[in-house]
Design a protein. Sequence first.
Length: 95
Amino acid sequence: MTSSEVQEQFQIKAATLLQEDANKIEKLIEVQMENLATRHCPLYEEVLDTQMYGFSRQVDFAIRAGLVGETEGKQIVSKLERNLAVLYEALNNKE
């Protein structure tokens, strides 16, 4: 196996792992949106914020290591940030 093939495998694996983590955060956002009418949980929001921060650091590392393209990494984070903004807007409108 050549070094470029190994690099490509690492890139694919990194992108897959980042997408799996993004999906987990997306699920957290979805659960909170579904429960929006029944409760407002500041702790849940803090968990989401912490998850987002950690995820953005993972993406930054993957970009700097050359495992994920900058555009791809930023798109994943941006999508999650938009969904989180929708959640916070809905929470603010509920109050």
